[in-house]
Design a protein around this ligand. Structure first.
Ligand SMILES: [Zn+2]
Length: 352
């Protein structure tokens, strides 16, 4: 703890308005090609001062599962939240969350139901705030986070914004244009938070939980049913700069986020395993729907990514043993109350 605070003090901004903080900022449904000066100018400016990871991968295009991975460093088949909370999945109690490892006061301010407490993401936070249903503007989460940040203590804060997630709102003539507007809206909402965090000093990690298919596949504008690179290859950067490097090309995953929040450089991963959410063969060729969301897993072949299927043992580096996976697969998902579950799934566009 003392070591951490000493480390944070050394990385402080020019005029800190309080003790340094550790922050995780997640932008839902944010494509890698929309981390740019044109699409997300405030986030891009911070990324240019920090270290960008150009080969970062999400394990799955689902909000609860990907955020559970970022908080624990575990993969979906290890932490139990293999799909969204409204699919009936939740993060198991076992893995320590990053804020518990840091030992700091912790607050979380999320902007949509799938990032909410029903997925078990709230453990260890002294304050956890989010909408009871659907979504809310990112500016609301930002304002709450700024009001909560203790002026006299170091803290861990997680802020999640949801604007880029469909349905896209805006005046653009196409879905692609309106998606871009939503990304700019999320970026603008985060601007005052980023300014305050930099002023406090400490460490910031910014990531998308997953991206979005826009025009790449014939499945419309979505992420949950795809393992396409547009969904799984995600923006990830840390501030301040790590190892003096503006860009690191090592292959990493969202399971490396806790390591980055601790200020350490993650080891490169020779392979990455992706896991499909709803596994639609029309969107993810080769997947075999089992009728259980998150049960079938698909990655990208080639380029070192691998495809995983039910019943197929895994031998690649970093994979849990077949026995572990069999144990996870044997645990049936615990359904949420049907009315809440169905209503949220429909509200978020996951059910007709
Ligand atoms: Zn998401």
């Amino acid at each position: 703890m003392l070591l951490l605070l000493a480390m944070l003090a050394c990385t402080g901004g020019s005029a800190p308005a309080g003790p340094p903080v550790v922050a995780l900022v997640t932008v839902d449904t944010w494509r890698l090609d929309h981390l740019s000066a044109a699409h997300s100018p405030h986030l891009w400016a911070l990324a240019e001062q920090g270290t960008r990871f150009t080969d970062a991968w999400s394990p799955v295009g689902l909000t609860t599962a990907a955020h559970a991975t970022m908080l624990t460093g575990a993969q979906p088949w290890e932490h139990g939240a293999r799909a969204n909370n409204h699919h009936g999945y939740a993060l198991i109690d076992g893995p320590p969350r990053i804020h518990e490892r840091l030992g700091l006061r912790a607050g979380a301010f999320v902007s949509a139901f799938p990032a909410g407490p029903e997925g078990g993401l709230d453990r260890g936070f002294e304050r956890f705030s989010g909408p009871e249903s659907g979504e809310r503007p990112g500016a609301v989460a930002v304002a709450e986070a700024l009001a909560w940040l203790p002026a006299d203590a170091s803290a861990f804060v997680w802020v999640h914004v949801y604007e880029p997630h469909g349905p896209y709102e805006g005046v653009g003539a196409t879905d692609v244009a309106r998606y871009g507007e939503e990304v700019r809206r999320a970026d603008a909402a985060l601007a005052p938070l980023l300014d305050a965090l930099v002023a406090r000093g400490g460490r910031i990690v910014v990531a998308a939980d997953h991206g979005e298919v826009l025009t790449e596949e014939g499945c419309g504008y979505q992420h949950a049913r795809s393992s396409h690179e547009a969904v799984l290859h995600v923006p990830l950067f840390t501030w301040p700069r790590l190892d003096g490097q503006a860009v690191i090309d090592d292959r990493v995953t969202l399971a490396d986020v806790p390591t980055l929040l601790e200020g350490r450089r993650p080891a490169a991963r020779p392979v990455v395993v992706g896991e499909s959410g709803e596994c639609d063969p029309g969107c993810a060729p080769g997947c075999a729907p089992s009728g259980v969301q998150g049960r079938d897993t698909v990655g990208r072949d080639g380029a070192g990514l691998v495809r995983r299927r039910p019943g197929v043992g895994r031998t690649e580096e970093g994979h849990p043993s077949e026995a572990v996976r069999a144990a996870v697969d044997a645990v049936p998902p615990v359904p949420l109350p049907g009315a809440t579950n169905t209503a949220e799934a429909k509200a978020l566009g996951y059910l007709e």
